[in-house]
Structures are given as structure tokens and as C-alpha cells.
Design a binder for this molecule. Structure first.
Ligand SMILES: NC(=O)c1ccc[n+]([C@@H]2O[C@H](COP(=O)([O-])OP(=O)(O)OC[C@H]3O[C@@H](n4cnc5c(N)ncnc54)[C@H](OP(=O)(O)O)[C@@H]3O)[C@@H](O)[C@H]2O)c1
Length: 296
């Protein structure tokens, strides 16, 4: 697939040993959770446009749209460009009653890796993020789903040794968990983080000291009700007007400025929003504004 622009959106940074564009794409918005509502034509156009515009990091999961999202990625983009990293996550599955359940046991993690490989039609997954389920939001593990982190990492290391995974990432983890996992060779951490929710800042600090890529999920505050939206904040809206940008671009530009190792994966099902998000790397936040946004 030809690139329309040679410049990587947002510049580049390392994801393990791969250099990727700092603005990537989060595929979760391409279908509803049960995979019943989606527009294949629009989703295909968005995925292809993202790659044509220089996106080299796409975040997905077999459980997005109950399998639909991985099918959309495969049909839109396979065979894949060599510079494209497909990052997926394991730790949850949909059951037959369309309920998202924790699936944290090592055997289940292996099954999910195999499911992702088959659905995406690839022999190696660029990154597999272990999505822990110790705390809300989202799925929380109970009973035999409360699994020791070391046992999970041992399975992922085996899968990496077998060549099925290139890099191991962590998602929804604490500082202690990240510290414990460091010997496994963690390439990225994917935690909830945005200008208005800085709960994970200590985890990000550990990523800084270890030069680990930081992949904030919900960088704009998500599509879910009840989570503050970055684009609604008066200071963000004011900054957007002042800089001739959009509020979403201010939110994403702030994440890029916050840590050079940040890799963005904003999610959208709207082609215009995709264009806006990819252009967020062109928005330069003056120092005084950066300080204001830091302290919101
Ligand atoms: N590891 C985890 O546990 C985890 C959890 C959740 C998500 N993720 C990953 O993180 C990615 C990002 O999270 P997310 O998609 O939930 O949240 P997000 O990127 O914070 O926000 C998505 C929401 O923002 C809207 N939006 C996107 N671009 C916009 C723009 N330029 N202007 C205005 N609104 C805009 C989208 O609506 P439109 O569709 O209308 O643009 C959607 O409602 C996901 O796609 C997924 O890959 C990981």
C-alpha cells in the first residue's frame, strides 16, 4: 500500500526494537462491543487511510467487537506492510452469551495469542499486551481468574521464544507490577491516562526511567459515559481556539509533549477525526500553555 505522506504522524519513537510513528490508531471504536454494529466500508477506509498516512502501530484485541475488529483489520490491511506493528492484548474473552470475561490463566493467554494470530492471519504479533484485571474500570478478575503475574509472564516469554510474539507489553498495571515484570523485557505499558486523569503518572515515571514506551488508553477520555472528556474541558477548548487547532488535537499534543516515549492510539470511527488526530503532531503547545494543561 502506497504512503501518501513520508512524514510519520507525530514523529517516531521506539516500541521495543521497532521504530513507529508516535501517532498510531486504536481500533476499538470500529465496532460496538458485541460486533453487531459497524460499517465495514467506513472501517476499511479508516484503516487503509491510517496506514497510507503513515500509521505504523495499530492497537487491537480479539475481544474488540467480539472478533469483528480483527476481521476488519485483516480484510483491510493483509498482507501487512513490513513496517506495520500490530499490537494486541490478552486477558479477556467473550463467552457465548456475549459477556466479556476475564481470561487470565496462562493456558487462556496462549489460546488468545493463537486466536489473534489466526484472526489477523499473521505468524507473529508485534506486541501482546497482558491486560491485567486487578481493578476497575473494565473486567475484574475473581476466583481462579486471580493469577500470579509471574506465571502469566512465563507463558508470554514461552510464546515469544516460539516466535509468536515479538514484544511483551503490560496493560492496566501498577508500579509494583511493572517493576516485577521488568526482567521479562517489557516493551510498552498501556494504562488509562489523559490530561484529566493522571492516576497512572507513577507508572509512567517508571517507564521514563526504563525507556519503555507509554501507550495511554482513553487519551481523549473514551467514548464511555461518566469519564471526563478532554475535549469538553474549558481550558482545552480555549487553547484550541487560541492555536487554531481542535480540542482533540490539544489533548493529543499534550500527551505527545508529556513524554517523548509516548505512542498514541486514539480511537475513532470517523474519517475526519482520524485526519485531525494524525495532524495533532503539528500542534506546538507554547510553554505557558503546557504548564496550564499540566496543572488542570
Ligand atoms: N488496554 C486497555 O484496557 C484498553 C482499554 C480501552 C481502550 N484501549 C485502546 O485504546 C484506544 C483508545 O481508547 P478509546 O478509543 O476508548 O478512547 P479515546 O481515544 O480516548 O476516545 C475515543 C472517543 O473520542 C472520540 N474522538 C476520537 N477522535 C476525536 C476527534 N478528533 N474529535 C472528537 N472526538 C474524537 C471518538 O468518537 P468518534 O468515533 O466519533 O471519533 C470516541 O468517542 C482504543 O481504541 C483501544 O485500542 C485499551
Amino acid at each position: 500500500m502506497a504512503r501518501q505522506e513520508s512524514v510519520a504522524p507525530g514523529g517516531t519513537a521506539l516500541l521495543g526494537d521497532r521504530r513507529v510513528a508516535r501517532i498510531g490508531f486504536g481500533a476499538m471504536q470500529l465496532a460496538d462491543h458485541h460486533g453487531r454494529t459497524y460499517d465495514k466500508q467506513v472501517a476499511t477506509a479508516i484503516l487503509r487511510r491510517a496506514v497510507e498516512r503513515g500509521v505504523t502501530n495499530i492497537d487491537t484485541a480479539q475481544f474488540y467487537g467480539a472478533g469483528v475488529v480483527n476481521d476488519l483489520i485483516r480484510s483491510a490491511l493483509s498482507p501487512y506492510r513490513e513496517d506495520l506493528v500490530l499490537a494486541t492484548k490478552v486477558g479477556a474473552v467473550y463467552d457465548e452469551a456475549a459477556r466479556l470475561l476475564a481470561a487470565q490463566q496462562p493456558r487462556q493467554l496462549r489460546e488468545q495469542v493463537e486466536d489473534n494470530l489466526a484472526a489477523l492471519n499473521t505468524s507473529t504479533l508485534g506486541v501482546v499486551n497482558l491486560r491485567r484485571a486487578d481493578m476497575p474500570p473494565g473486567i475484574t478478575a475473581e476466583g481462579d481468574q486471580i493469577v500470579d503475574l509471574d506465571d502469566q509472564l512465563a507463558e508470554l516469554i514461552s510464546l515469544r521464544d516460539e516466535g509468536k510474539i515479538a514484544g511483551i507489553g503490560l496493560s492496566h498495571v501498577s508500579v509494583d507490577q511493572l517493576r516485577r515484570a521488568l526482567p521479562a523485557g517489557i516493551v510498552c505499558v498501556q494504562n488509562m491516562h489523559n490530561m484529566l486523569d493522571r492516576t497512572s503518572e507513577p507508572v509512567l515515571d517508571l517507564c521514563r526511567t526504563q525507556a519503555i514506551a507509554w501507550v495511554p488508553y482513553f487519551p481523549l477520555g473514551s467514548a464511555f459515559e461518566g469519564i471526563p472528556k478532554v475535549t469538553d474541558h474549558p481550558a482545552v477548548r480555549e487553547a484550541a481556539i487560541a492555536l487554531g487547532a481542535t480540542p482533540a488535537q490539544i489533548g493529543l499534543a499534550w500527551e505527545l509533549a508529556h513524554y517523548p516515549g509516548t505512542l498514541l492510539i486514539p480511537g475513532t470511527s470517523n474519517p475526519d477525526h482520524l485526519d485531525e488526530n494524525l495532524a495533532a503532531g503539528n500542534v506546538v503547545l507554547p510553554p505557558e500553555l503546557l504548564e496550564t494543561l499540566e496543572n488542570l
